[in-house]
Design a protein around this ligand. Structure first.
Ligand SMILES: [Zn+2]
Length: 197
């Protein structure tokens, strides 16, 4: 980003903050003061829906990319996504410095779901079953397996590090189920079916 463009962005309106505003915030708020990511995304989509119709599709796509980027940049989601991306680069014979790939939405969802599972100390098989229940496979665009993104060994290692000495939970409580369901609806763009119209 050029210096001029940075300076033209609005300043955070949080009292005493001098940060630059995060995209699609009204009143303008910085990354720190915008609140939880899911809440920001919901209000960004609302804000966009009030805006000019001609720019809507573009703005929605941009907000979606920002949302996904921030979602998987946060640990432990970053660990799962990073491992998948590294393996993919290796398979493609691409170096570390090459530009980033855009994967299927569901890849990002798996990393975010695994992060929710780690937070709730959920067992790997229980998380995988929950993910299977939440997905609407027939409406997804493209396909990739959960195991290809979140390996059992990495998941267990990260989970044990977060909950040392504790046995994992075998059933997902309401909070994790809600969180995984919500992430699915926010991350994965589904094909429209006749029923949705
Ligand atoms: Zn701020």
């Amino acid at each position: 980003m050029t210096r001029k463009r940075v300076e033209s962005r609005a300043k955070c309106t949080h009292l005493g903050c001098r940060g630059l505003a995060y995209p699609f915030t009204d009143p303008p708020l910085c990354r720190v003061h915008k609140g939880p990511l899911d809440d920001w995304y919901g209000s960004a989509l609302l804000l966009i829906s009030y805006g000019p119709k001609a720019k809507r599709e573009w703005a929605e796509a941009l907000a979606h990319e920002i949302y996904i980027h921030d979602l998987i940049s946060t640990p432990p989601a970053r660990t799962f996504f990073g491992e998948f991306e590294t393996a993919y680069r290796k398979q493609e014979g691409a170096g570390e410095s090459e530009v980033g790939y855009r994967f299927l939405d569901v890849v990002y969802f798996f990393a975010a779901a695994a992060a929710a599972g780690v937070t709730g100390n959920l067992a790997y098989d229980s998380l995988r079953a929950l993910v299977r229940r939440v997905r609407r496979l027939k409406q997804e665009i493209g396909t990739v397996s959960f195991e290809a993104v979140v390996s059992r060994s990495t998941y267990d290692r990260v989970r044990r590090r977060e909950h040392p000495g504790k046995a994992p939970s075998r059933s997902a409580d309401e909070r994790i189920t809600h969180s995984v369901r919500k992430r699915y609806s926010l991350v994965v763009t589904l094909k429209r079916t006749g029923r949705d119209r």
